[in-house]
Design a protein around this ligand. Structure first.
Ligand code: UD1
Ligand code: UDP
Length: 361
């Protein structure tokens, strides 16, 4: 059996890393294809080197662009590769333009598609990620759901139970395997003069929060209201709008370019709380026991809210400050046990797999 693994952006590289390592461990016939939706060293190459990943066999070099442009170019560049490589399955992860293009290209060629992190729903149709998730789920052959919630969503959308596999989230595998190294190697706290539990970590790159300069100004005003030092590794999408609109940053903010996985995990593990609109950061905070405040109206990770790890506050400063001051009761990580990549490969390698109820436990 031949397995093709498609990645395109920072979170896809991080969350596919455990699957790639498991392919290596089992000496499987696999190849990595990179759309290069992310191409800047700090959103791309740094993760390949830090996570000890082999270089992709193919780079599609699509880079940035509008949704149709980016998605279309990935489809066009991927088709001949899939035709010549003839993999038995293409694995895609998450909800980016790379994912929807990859799933569609493979589906049209009757190559099986495995969607890792299937069934997430924010129910906010204005998010580009929401349509990507829904389309990828509906044209996949294996939906690798994280928790019972995604299994239920997928079943309600008419997907047969035999095609849904509850496996957990590979982010737990990635985080557990990298955490020790991050603690040993990262010098980021001293480099940025951050004291353990003496700062808040901040991240924002969602289109709805940063593309419109007025929305981004509201985000910046939120930072000024955070009671203490704030550290923000700023995504290039956000940096561009800040620069183009000459938006001033508040005095309590220490900012940097995006950082690698070791530095980010170290910053997240040691902060007092994280304020974010990232999907992956909501999960990681929940897994690490770090209180999270999400500056959005909706989340496709409601498990984090249900366990008390996360509060949604839109761009409302009063609600954000109240959420930062909330009493915290320890919670249990709902995203799995760190063996998700193993389960995914067991299922892909075994064509006669059992339905959902028998997979995870
Ligand atoms: C993409 C995903 C988003 C995911 C995020 C992870 C879609 C629709 N969006 O958003 O779901 O949360 O990745 O970080 O697929 N840029 C660079 N260097 C790069 C890449 C981008 O400078 O290597 C800048 C460019 O100005 C570009 C902008 O960031 O126009 C946005 O990049 P893009 O890939 O379109 O979307 P992301 O915001 O990264
Ligand atoms: N991350 C990182 N460096 C940073 C910011 C985030 O390594 O400067 C990691 C973070 O640990 C998480 C992932 O990137 O695993 C989240 O990516 P992002 O927020 O870009 O995308 P999303 O999860 O929202 O799709």
């Amino acid at each position: 059996m031949k397995i093709a693994i498609l990645v395109g952006t920072r979170p896809e590289i991080i969350k596919m890393a455990p699957v790639i390592r498991e392919c290596q461990k089992r000496k499987l016939d696999y190849l990595i294809i990179h759309s290069k939706q992310h191409y800047s060293e700090k959103l791309d190459g740094i993760f390949f080197s830090e996570l000890d990943l082999p270089p992709p066999k193919y780079n599609l070099n699509v880079g940035s662009g509008g949704h149709a442009n980016q998605t279309g170019r990935i489809l066009i560049a991927l088709e001949p590769i899939l035709m010549s490589e003839k993999p038995d399955v293409l694995l895609v992860q998450g909800d980016t333009n790379t994912v929807v293009a990859g799933a569609l290209a493979a589906n049209k060629l009757h190559i099986k598609v495995g969607h890792v992190e299937a069934g997430l729903r924010s129910f906010d149709q204005t998010m580009p990620e929401e349509s990507n998730r829904i389309i990828a789920d509906h044209i996949s052959d294996y939906r690798f759901a994280v928790t019972d919630l995604q299994v239920d969503y997928l079943k309600k959308e008419g997907i047969p139970e035999s095609k849904i596999f509850k496996v957990g989230n590979t982010i737990v595998d990635a985080l557990l395997s990298h955490r020790g190294r991050a603690e040993k190697t990262s010098q980021i706290l001293s480099a940025l003069k951050l004291q353990t539990k003496g700062y808040y970590l901040f991240t924002s790159h969602r289109a709805a929060n940063v593309d419109d300069p007025d929305a981004l100004k509201e985000i910046i005003q939120l930072i000024a209201k955070i009671p203490g030092q704030v550290c923000w590794p700023i995504h290039y999408r956000t940096q561009k709008v800040l620069k183009e609109n000459k938006i001033d940053l508040p005095g309590n903010l220490t900012w940097t370019d995006p950082v690698g996985y070791s530095d980010f995990l170290n910053m997240l593990s040691n902060c007092a709380a994280v304020i974010t609109d990232s999907g992956g950061v909501q999960e990681e905070a929940c897994i690490l026991g770090v209180p999270c405040v999400t500056i959005r109206d909706s989340t496709e990770r409601p498990e984090t809210v249900a366990v008390g790890a996360n509060v949604l506050v839109h761009r409302n400063a009063e609600a954000m400050v109240a959420a930062l001051n909330r009493p915290i009761t320890p919670w249990t990580n709902p995203f799995g046990d760190g063996h998700t990549a193993e389960r995914i490969l067991n299922i892909v390698m075994d064509q006669s797999v059992q339905p959902v109820a028998q997979t995870q436990d």
